[in-house]
Write a protein that binds this ligand. Structure first.
Ligand code: SAM
Length: 295
């Protein structure tokens, strides 16, 4: 892999997420969206991939969209990228102030505000409450159920929380290299998610049913949103070979130097997996879950 870049990882992840997002949960969201312009807050929104996705999928038409992410690298990328995807979607793009954008055509208008901040610091500022809260590939990184309880306070009564791509305990890499070592690496990788000092849960999906209830949410819909990445005729679609290299980078970052792993065996395992990606052989599946919740 050329150098790892988080914004590039999030760009490459888009097509994988497009296929994964649970359509039943999404149609329940669409059916309940307010008719008037919606105020939407996305927490941990990265480079803002969700906004053009929701415009392409006709979910967004009139909205004020606040995107919060703590990484300036991500919000900085989002600021450069909005004019490019806006133009590609045939929208006029204006930027009335730093970090603020308006994308529109005759039928649609979305105001976008980019906020570089910690989610919980942002919540403490008592922002104007939202009709829709989005947390996409974020909740499995945070301590639960306290984080969810604080996040749901951002919703107006009756507002909707769309909580998507929550990892749920299954990683599958095929074909096997050494079944025993494969199992050990998967086990240690999941444990590293459970032991992150900032929070996280490798079985976040199944546990969210209880956490939603404990946080005072009412579950409206749930379903699987598994990532399934494979080559077609030896080639991965879009930028998904980079996405797979990033997944292997996360294994490397989380497990290098682990006392339960032989360093040489782990290094050759990683090299073998990278070879599988280069030849279009690796099939990667991660089980995840989506939820729609109201307060
Ligand atoms: C896996 S990424 C997902 C990004 C985006 N939702 C997407 O899928 O393209 C998780 C994001 O959450 C952000 N994040 C994690 N903890 C955060 C916190 N406490 N405050 C703000 N952002 C946070 C990270 O900076 C990162 O961009």
């Amino acid at each position: 892999m050329n150098q790892f870049s988080f914004p590039h990882y999030l760009l490459a992840k888009q097509s994988v997420d497009d296929r994964a997002l649970n359509q039943h949960v999404l149609s329940e969201l669409k059916a309940r969206l307010p008719q008037r312009p919606a105020r939407i807050i996305e927490l941990g929104g990265g480079i803002g991939s969700m906004i053009p996705r929701l415009l392409r999928w006709d979910v967004l038409s009139q909205a004020e969209y606040v995107l919060v992410d703590e990484m300036p690298e991500n919000t900085g990328y989002a600021a450069d990228w909005i004019p490019r995807w806006g133009t590609e979607l045939g929208l006029e793009v204006a930027s009335p102030a730093a970090g603020q954008f308006e994308v529109q055509d005759s039928a649609r208008r979305v105001g976008i505000q980019l906020v570089t901040d910690d989610i919980f610091h942002f919540i403490q500022q008592n922002p104007q409450p939202a009709d829709v809260l989005i947390c996409h590939a974020v909740l499995d990184l945070l301590p639960m159920p306290g984080s969810l309880q604080k996040m749901l306070c951002l919703l107006k009564p009756g507002g909707l929380a769309w909580l998507t791509i929550n990892f749920d305990g299954v990683t599958s890499l095929e074909p096997a290299i050494d079944p025993e070592l494969d199992r050990l690496i998967e086990h240690l990788y999941h444990r590293s998610m459970d032991e992150r000092p900032t929070g996280g849960d490798s079985q976040s999906g199944r546990h969210l049913f209880g956490h939603i209830h404990a946080a005072g949410g009412r579950l409206l819909a749930a379903g699987a949103s598994d990532w399934v990445v494979h080559a077609v005729d030896g080639k991965y679609p879009h930028d998904e070979s980079y996405f797979l290299e990033c997944i292997l980078h996360f294994f490397d970052e989380s497990l290098s130097g682990h006392p339960q792993l032989d360093a040489e065996k782990f290094a050759s395992w990683l090299a073998a997996r990278r070879g599988q990606v280069a030849r279009g052989e690796l099939v990667y599946i991660a089980h995840q879950m989506d939820f729609l919740v109201t307060r």
